[in-house]
Ligand binder design. Structure first.
Ligand SMILES: C[S@@+](CC[C@H](N)C(=O)[O-])C[C@H]1O[C@@H](n2cnc3c(N)ncnc32)[C@H](O)[C@@H]1O
Length: 274
């Protein structure tokens, strides 16, 4: 592989573009990271400079290259039942949510859903805690900027390592064992997969078109790379589609210093719409 240099003026081009497109602010220290992680991509594309790659990126109107770039500089790491304390809290909140419903209808948004573990965990959780789960009209909107992780999420195939720590009773009702050429995989059962609507969606630049409100929003470990202005605006948009009392879940390392008049911290990075 040819080692291609990233010049400061090229880095500045990426910095401006990525901020405008995804709200990620790249500090100077990210030069080495970008150079290291994208050299392979430049080689794959037979490009000999980062300027040529920049031109390729901005001219790719499909957005695929942007998603690939974002994946290269950030992380798609996720897992089932991540942030355990939040699921414990949800156990205590669920009865109140159910009691408040006139219709058996639940709508949840998993914003920045990566390869699907988060939306499927929501369904596993609801299936486990609602004795009449099948009678409920449940839809999870699961969005991400990356087409690659979304296609994995839609397939819903996970390997043994990813599912081994799930409680047996939850696991058995949620997965089908599938034999493939590569070995055994565990696929989310069709009755659960059918309740998730996966969509490619950029939380920073795509229009906020939602007409209905959500019973809760998960946006966990997504805003870590956003600057304050971008984060502030996204949270403001979330509050417009959350009814009074509804929770917003952030990642455990994320906290809000703004929006005190519209969101109250309940603990474990869970905020409640006031
Ligand atoms: C670390 S994963 C978190 C997955 C999951 N929410 C969790 O906490 O386990 C962050 C995800 O956010 C997505 N993401 C980053 N910037 C985004 C943006 N501007 N719009 C939509 N998704 C974005 C990434 O593609 C990635 O899949």
């Amino acid at each position: 592989m040819v080692e291609i240099e990233l010049r400061p003026e090229e880095f500045s081009l990426f910095r401006r573009y990525i901020y405008e497109k995804v709200g990620i602010s790249l500090s100077d220290q990210k030069t080495t990271l970008i150079k290291g992680r994208l050299n392979k991509r430049l080689n794959q594309l037979n490009l000999t400079s980062f300027k040529a790659y920049y031109d390729f990126l901005v001219n790719d109107l499909s957005g695929d290259e942007l998603a690939l770039f974002v994946s290269a500089i950030s992380t798609n790491v996720t897992s089932f039942f991540r942030e355990g304390a939040q699921w414990k809290w949800l156990e205590t909140y669920l009865p109140a949510l159910i009691a408040s419903k006139r219709e058996k209808k639940i709508r949840i948004w998993s914003a920045g859903c990566s390869s699907g573990e988060e939306p499927y965990t929501i369904l596993m959780f609801l299936q486990h805690h609602l004795s009449d789960f099948e009678q409920w009209d449940i839809k999870i909107l699961a969005t991400d900027i990356s087409a690659k992780v979304l296609s994995k999420a839609i397939e819903g195939n996970y390997d043994a390592k990813q599912v081994e720590s799930l409680p047996v009773e939850i696991f058995h009702r949620a997965f089908d064992k599938i034999k493939t050429e590569k070995g055994l995989t565990y696929q989310i059962a069709p009755h659960l997969r059918g309740k998730v609507l996966f969509r490619l969606y950029n939380l920073v630049t795509d229009p906020f078109f939602f007409k209905n409100q959500f019973d809760m929003i998960f946006c966990r470990n997504v805003m870590i790379y956003f600057d304050d202005v971008t984060r502030h605006e996204l949270i403001r948009r979330f509050t417009t589609v959350l009814p009074k009392g509804a929770p917003l879940f952030l990642g455990s390392s994320e906290s809000l210093t703004t929006h005190r008049d519209s969101l109250k911290l309940l603990g474990s990075s869970i905020y409640q719409r006031l």
